[in-house]
Ligand binder design. Structure first.
Ligand code: GDP
Ligand code: MG
Length: 176
């Protein structure tokens, strides 16, 4: 992997949630690869990606597991959780079901991930205003129940995408 000079930290982040909520699109947008309408390959199992972020005194390498939410992978392998310091649970604001089922992903994280993991609940696709089926308030409520950070995003319009990855890395950098 990347040779990292100077002060450095390797932090692992998991992206979970139902299929087609935009997990891969968020990661690709964050990595500067733009947005692909409708032609994103469904992720098989999980994709491993890495991105290095430089803060004033700390360099953080984010190792990202972009997982598949398909039923046959309904439970994530323990290896994704083992070293995870952060996780995003993504739902699609136009698909009520993906919001309802986000709870299952949150519970799995609570059960299996390290206790101090930083979890963000992410409502994606807010650009689809007409099709919205889950309100911002409902997202906030679910996040509150499980004491998670909450943010709404659009991978398509590049809204809050950097924030959701950077805030997490910033928190870790601040702890140095
Ligand atoms: P994943 O299965 O969770 O990794 O979802 P993908 O990233 O593969 O995205 C599934 C579909 O949703 C693709 O057709 C994407 O182009 C689309 N998509 C992802 N994010 C957004 C978004 O923010 N807005 C809109 N309108 N479509 C999105
Ligand atoms: Mg995917």
């Amino acid at each position: 992997l990347l040779p990292v000079a100077g002060l450095s930290e390797v932090k692992t982040k998991i992206i979970s949630g139902e299929s087609a909520t935009g997990k891969t699109s968020l990661v690709e947008r964050f990595r500067g690869n733009g947005f692909n309408e409708g032609c994103v390959q469904a992720t098989i199992g999980a994709a491993f990606l890495t991105k290095t972020l430089d803060f004033e005194e700390t360099r953080i390498r984010l190792d990202i597991w972009d997982t598949a939410g398909a039923e046959r992978y309904a439970s994530l392998a323990p290896m994704y959780y083992r070293h995870a310091s952060g996780a995003l649970v993504v739902y699609d604001v136009t698909k009520r079901d993906s919001y309802v089922r986000a709870e299952k992903w949150i519970r799995e994280l609570k059960e299996k991930a390290p206790k101090d993991i930083i979890v963000y609940l992410v409502g994606n696709k807010i650009d689809l205003v007409e099709q919205r089926a889950v309100s911002t308030e409902e997202g906030m409520e679910l996040a509150e129940v499980f004491e998670l950070e909450f943010i709404e995003t659009s991978a398509k319009e590049n809204k809050n995408v950097a924030q959701v990855f950077m805030e997490f890395a910033q928190k870790i950098a601040d702890e140095k």
